[in-house]
Design a protein around this ligand. Structure first.
Ligand SMILES: Cc1cc2nc3c(=O)[nH]c(=O)nc-3n(C[C@H](O)[C@H](O)[C@H](O)COP(=O)(O)O)c2cc1C
Length: 389
């Protein structure tokens, strides 16, 4: 039974009961309607009746609780079954508590990556500079979109030239398609690649391997040789750091087996499940082609499946595994996907997003900043309270 309102007991249960009765009284007297007053000389009603002066929002918060309780049900089918929830084992992590860690020869403060997105459009300058600014503020790396336009001229250089924004200490990689590499090697013009890296002050080159996108693209390139041979020749010809990625369909196990034995810095998954460039190009082509090819655009490997391949191959290959890092990307929706996949990776990894960042990078920096800050905070909370099953 509740104790008297005038005589709250020291026990927790009776204090709670006291609060409830005080709250009822406030509502009965209609005092809550005056709580939003801007007049700083007016005391909070809870303080007026001597309820509490160190928790001034208690009354309105509890009213919110009552109103929102019925909207806050999470049905068991909605539960995320990938994690154990362990609320007892950690305090709240302070924001910014993720320790720095080495990645691609530099030091990151958050395990995120901006996946490559095209430059050369009116918005590209804003997007790339916003993204680079977020990298600098939160401490993660960035892959530029295809820099093909910069191979033969500097008309679009300003769109891609973000080294001053991201700063000298974080990884920044240029990007070319394997088709362009093949053509440059064939024409004995591979020297244009180090020139490109120099003008962008990039740490290395991302090579995107996209045979289905090229095949679906009305103006797409044709590969004359298997991409793995082109990448091998590139590695033999130039002394530069290389990352290899797909563009939204991922890599199957035999492609991963070949890649993992090459002396490359990282594999970026660009897995299926998010933006898919074969499908995107198909949407730009004629309706008959769309009908015939839509099913092949739906073939590919998810990031979860690819990570399973990579972990098994790392064990199988042993010392023959030469790849050093993973960028787990393609269809990553949020920090929970990222945390899950990073926890499962047997290689040092970060998680990458393209369209996820793009959504917030086209306008004010403040929008992107809020998004990234929430992602990083989410990761900190996940690290503290979730364990992967
Ligand atoms: C607007 C846009 C442009 C892109 N341009 C490139 C590109 O130039 N080079 C590249 O390697 N990938 C490019 N991608 C593919 C992404 O890097 C990424 O692999 C793919 O979008 C899957 O990631 P997501 O599901 O997080 O979007 C682009 C993606 C988007 C959304």
């Amino acid at each position: 039974m509740c104790l008297s309102f005038k005589n709250p007991s020291k026990t927790f249960a009776s204090q709670l009961c006291f609060l409830r009765r005080a709250e009822s009284l406030i509502f009965a007297l209609g005092l809550h309607t005056r709580m939003a007053s801007d007049d700083p000389t007016k005391l909070h009603p809870a303080v007026l009746i001597g309820l509490s002066d160190d928790d001034p929002t208690a009354v309105s918060r509890k009213q919110d609780h009552i109103e929102l309780a019925f909207k806050s049900r999470v049905e068991s089918a909605e539960l995320d079954g990938r994690f154990y929830y362990e609320p007892l084992l950690s305090p709240h992590p302070p924001p910014g508590s993720q320790p720095p860690f080495p990645f691609l020869g530099k030091e990151l403060r958050a395990p995120l990556w901006v996946s490559s997105m095209t430059g050369g459009t009116a918005l590209a300058n804003v997007i790339n500079h916003n993204l680079a600014r977020a990298c600098a503020e939160f401490g993660f790396g960035m892959g530029l979109g295809s820099c093909r336009q910069l191979l033969y001229g500097n008309e679009f250089l300003a769109d891609f030239d973000v080294r001053n924004t991201i700063g000298p200490d974080l990884p920044l990689y240029a990007n070319l398609g394997v088709a362009q590499i093949e053509q440059l090697l064939e024409k004995k013009e591979s020297g244009r690649i180090p020139e490109l890296l120099q003008k962008l002050r990039a740490d290395g080159l991302i090579v995107h391997v996209n045979p289905l996108q090229e095949a679906m693209q009305p103006e797409g390139d044709i590969f004359k040789r298997p991409p793995v041979e082109v990448i091998q020749e590139l590695l033999q010809t130039l002394d530069i750091k290389i990352i290899v990625k797909e563009v939204g369909q991922g890599f199957g196990p035999e492609s991963l087996r070949a890649l993992m034995q090459l002396p490359i810095e990282a594999i970026e998954f660009a897995a299926a499940g998010g933006t898919n460039f074969a499908k995107l190009e198909l949407l730009r082509s004629d309706p008959v082609k769309q009908l015939i090819f839509e099913k092949i655009a739906a073939v590919g490997h998810s990031a979860v499946e690819m990570l399973g391949f990579v972990n098994a191959l790392k064990t199988e290959l042993g010392d023959r595994c030469r790849v050093r890092h993973l960028i787990i990307s393609g269809g990553i929706r949020d920090f929970l996907d990222g945390y899950f996949l990073l926890s499962k990776s047997s290689l040092p990894a970060v998680y990458g997003q393209a369209s996820g960042f793009l959504k917030y990078a086209r306008g004010e920096y403040a929008d992107l900043r809020s998004f990234v800050e929430a992602q990083v905070r989410g990761l900190e909370l996940a690290q503290a309270f979730l364990r992967v099953k």
